[in-house]
Ligand binder design. Structure first.
Ligand SMILES: *Cc1c(COP(=O)(O)O)cnc(C)c1O
Length: 223
């Protein structure tokens, strides 16, 4: 087995241990600033879902890796002038944070493709200058997404601040899970709570994440 597959297996084992008897947790391999060859290797180990932060960088990799059956998630901040490409070339958008983008994404989603899966990014700690919608605006934005047939509302995403004190991270993860449950009462079809990265994914899973986004623990330091 290649070294990369061994690393993937070790991460998957840690995820499995953290989830215990709970429902399966999706692993999103975060491949920003990694070369296409590294993604190809990891896909060869059976990894299917990849997360990219920058549209142009992702499009170049998508061209190189066409035909591998990769599921592409956009996880970086989205500008309105990139909505068209995001809607055409990704399977998931995890970083929707404002209503203005909803009609742009919906209009650009090709009709022959399934709806674009959407997570609303929440600025759970109300950090200044950080992307994500304010917690009190989640429901309104969710209703707008749910009304667009070209979009599929799937849940929430957050990047809590990297507090050195893990209790504070856990607190943010738990508040996200509570938000997710509140939203699910209105939209029973949502199934994804994306939170937790290389440094804290086990804490996130214990607090109720259904997807973790892991970069450096899979690929090593970014180039
Ligand atoms: C880079 C990034 C990650 C992965 O971070 P690691 O610490 O390398 O695991 C996860 N989510 C988002 C939104 C990122 O930008």
């Amino acid at each position: 087995m290649s070294a990369r597959c061994v690393t993937l297996e070790a991460v998957c084992r840690r995820i499995a241990a953290a989830q215990g008897d709970g429902p399966g947790v999706r692993l999103l391999a975060v491949s920003k600033r990694q070369p296409a060859a590294a993604l190809r290797e990891l896909a060869g180990c059976g990894q299917r879902a990849f997360g990219e932060n920058y549209v142009q960088e992702a499009l170049a990799k998508q061209r190189e890796l066409a035909g591998l059956g990769i599921e592409w998630h956009l996880i970086g901040p989205l500008q309105s002038n990139k909505c068209r490409e995001a809607a055409r070339h990704f399977d998931w958008l995890e970083s929707l944070d404002r209503a203005k983008l909803v009609p742009l994404l919906a209009a650009a989603r090709p009709p022959q493709r399934p709806p674009l899966n959407v997570l609303i990014q929440v600025n759970i700690e109300g950090e200044a200058g950080k992307s994500g919608c304010a917690p009190q605006d989640v429901e309104t934005l969710a209703r707008q997404v749910a009304q667009a047939p070209a979009l599929a509302l799937r849940g929430l995403m957050a990047i809590p601040a990297p507090h050195p004190d893990s209790a504070r991270r856990v607190d943010a993860f738990r508040r996200m899970r509570a938000r997710f449950e509140t939203l699910r009462a209105e939209f029973p079809g949502i199934d994804t709570l994306s939170m937790g990265m290389s440094e804290d994914f086990e804490l996130a899973i214990a607090a109720g994440a259904t997807e973790v986004r892991i970069g450096s623990a899979l690929f090593g330091p970014r180039g």
